[in-house]
Design a protein around this ligand. Sequence first.
Ligand SMILES: NC(=O)c1ccc[n+]([C@@H]2O[C@H](COP(=O)([O-])OP(=O)(O)OC[C@H]3O[C@@H](n4cnc5c(N)ncnc54)[C@H](O)[C@@H]3O)[C@@H](O)[C@H]2O)c1
Length: 325
Amino acid sequence: MTRVLMVGAGGVAQRHIRVLTELGATVSGVIDPVEAAANAVATEWDIPCFTELERALDAVEPEVVYICVPPFAHGPPERAVLERGLPFFVEKPLGVGLEVAADIAREVEESGAVTATGYHWRCLDTVQRAQGIAADIGPQLVNGAWLGKRPPVAWWADVDRSGGQVVEQMTHVLDLARVLVGEPVEVHAAGVRDPGAAGDRGTVDDATAAVVRFENGAVGTFAATSLLSAQHLASLDLFGTGTVLQLRETELVVDDGTSRVTHEPAEDPRTVVDREFLEVLRGKRDASRAPYAEALRTHRFGCAIATAARERRTVVLDPSTGRLT
Ligand SMILES: NC(=O)c1ccc[n+]([C@@H]2O[C@H](COP(=O)([O-])OP(=O)(O)OC[C@H]3O[C@@H](n4cnc5c(N)ncnc54)[C@H](O)[C@@H]3O)[C@@H](O)[C@H]2O)c1
C-alpha cells in the first residue's frame, strides 16, 4: 500500500486517482486552492481535502505526491515536496517556460529525489517495438503532428499560463521524437493566430509549423493546430530507407513497401505509467521511463519551438545539455 497526496483536483488528477486506486495505492487526500474543486473530488473518493499544500502534507503524511497542476502553477508544489524529501510524479509540461523547470531539475538532482512525469506515451509497448525498428532503419525524416482542439480549461488560451499548444499538447510527440530519433539541435518555426476567428481567443497561436534538425543529421517537420472542433490526429511518422513507421497512441503501423503490419498496444499507457512509478517506489524497478531530467529535455525542445516561432529566429540546442542558445 502506498499513501498518495494528490495536488490539483482537475481532470488529470481525477484520472490518476482512479488508476492509482485500481492499482492498490491509497490516495489519502487532495489539495486544490479552489475549494469547490477539492471538495468535489474529496466527496467522490471519500478522502480529506485541503486548500493549502503545507497543511495537506502535515495531515496526510504522504509517501509520494502527485503534482497535477496547470503549467503556470509549477514551482512551489515541487519545492514543498522536495523540502520534505518525498518522491513525486509531476504532469507535463514542467512549466510555462524553462526557468522554474531548470531550477527544480537542479534541486531534484541534488536531493536524489525519485521522480516520474506524465510522458505516458513512452510506456506504450508499441513505442518500444518502434525503437527496435528505428534503430535498424535509421530514419532520416520525421513528421510529427498534433491537430485538434482547445482543451476546455480556462488557463489554456493564455500563453503565459499554458505555454501554448506546442509546449502543452505537442510535447508528447516531441518526447517520442527524442526517444526514437535523438536530440534536436536546430529549430526553425512559425506560428499564426487565425485573423478571422471571432471573440476573445486569448494569446496562444492557433497553428505552428516547425522544421527541426537532429543531432544525428535526421530532419523533421512538426505541425500543430488547435483550430479544430475535435481531436483529429496526434502522431509521429518516421521514414527510413524502404520503411515507414506510423505511430499513434492507439497503434503502430510498419509499412516496408511489401507488407503493412498494424500493432495495437497491449495496455493503456496511462495505467502503465502509474504502475511503473509504484514499482519504482516499491523497489521493483530502477527508475521511471521519464524521470524529471528526461522530461526537462523534452520541455526544452517544446520551448525551443515556441521561442523560434515567437522571436522569428533559429534556435540552437546543445545536444549534451539540451540548453537553448
Ligand atoms: N499526461 C496527460 O495525458 C495529461 C492529460 C491531461 C492533462 N495533463 C496535464 O495536467 C495538467 C493539469 O491539467 P488538467 O486538465 O487536470 O487541468 P484542470 O484545469 O482540469 O485542473 C487543474 C487543477 O489544478 C488546480 N491548481 C491550480 N494551482 C494549483 C496549486 N498551486 N496547487 C494545487 N492545485 C492547483 C486548479 O484549481 C485545477 O482544479 C496540465 O499541465 C496538463 O497539460 C496531462
